[in-house]
Ligand binder design. Structure first.
Ligand SMILES: Nc1ncnc2c1ncn2[C@@H]1O[C@H](COP(=O)(O)OP(=O)(O)O)[C@@H](O)[C@H]1O
Ligand SMILES: [Mg+2]
Length: 256
């Protein structure tokens, strides 16, 4: 569902690595509750754009706004607090912790009690702890992971580990959820299931989603709009239908 309400604005964003232009004058607008795809051949600069949006990289030039606020120079952990969450192209979980603990640890970053409360286990600590527990269970339920809550993360099948990553990202209660190739390495059945799950997440948590994905069936099947990147430059944007028939896009993917 698309409204006129803009969540993220990226303006003339560029970054160079030792002379290599990884992203050049990139512009993007994402509306609240939209599901936007970011696609392009390998090395096009997609993950770099995620790293710029989340503050891991500083742009050479350009601006990023979240809900009208300039966050270009805000550090990563503060961007998380302001509502930007992400998953990574390669799975990053606490493999020796349970599924539930993985989500609670992520939630802890958002807690308001201090070190004093946690050492002395004050009332405030228990109130927050209980909230974290309930919230984690709610997220696991939506993602279909509740029955695995006491399993070690490392014992989950691959597709469920990827879902657990998304659960962790949701624990910070984001406005904007950035998913970097969530279906990578999944079999067709897991991919199909993930598509359903992402739709459900968007609906239940009223979150805006930006998604990098290689699987075209996946991208075309769930995105409201798609941005296409090639050699660090935007070559097309539009609905899945518009993108599928765009000459520049076909050329970028298939070569001349
Ligand atoms: N930290 C870095 N240092 C040097 N080059 C980088 C760095 N991060 C990304 N790049 C380069 O930027 C380009 C885009 O990479 P990336 O954003 O990972 O592509 P994609 O995610 O679209 O496959 C590549 O040429 C990559 O080698
Ligand atoms: Mg990438």
């Amino acid at each position: 569902m698309i409204t006129n309400d803009v969540v993220l604005v990226v303006k003339d964003l560029s970054i160079e690595f030792g002379g290599l232009k990884a992203v050049t004058n990139f512009n993007m607008e994402i509306f609240r509750k939209e599901l936007v795809g970011l696609i392009g051949p390998n090395g096009a600069g997609k993950t770099t754009i995620f790293n710029l949006i989340t503050g891991i990289y500083q742009p050479t030039s350009g601006k990023i706004q979240l809900d009208g606020e300039d966050i270009t120079h805000v550090v990563t952990h503060k961007r998380v607090k302001k509502g930007i969450a992400r998953t990574f192209q390669n799975i990053r979980l606490f493999k020796q912790m349970t599924v539930l603990e993985n989500v609670k640890v992520a939630y802890h970053n958002n807690m308001t009690y201090g070190i004093f409360a946690s050492i002395f286990r004050t009332k405030k600590y228990w109130v927050e702890e209980n909230k974290a527990h309930q919230k984690a269970l709610e997220i696991l339920e939506v993602l279909g992971l509740l029955e695995y809550k006491d399993e070690l993360a490392q014992n989950l099948p691959y597709g469920k580990q990827r879902k657990l990553e998304i659960a962790r990202a949701l624990a910070s209660n984001p406005k904007l959820l950035c998913l970097d190739e969530p279906a990578a390495g999944m079999n067709p059945h897991e991919t199909e299931e993930l598509m359903e799950t992402i739709k459900i997440i968007q609906d239940k948590f009223q979150v805006t989603i930006l998604l990098i994905e290689h699987d075209m069936k996946f991208v075309m099947g769930i995105c409201d709009r798609i941005y296409v990147l090639n050699f660090g430059e935007l070559i097309a944007k539009g609905t899945p239908k518009e993108i599928q028939t765009n000459k520049e896009v076909i050329k970028a993917y298939l070569g001349e």
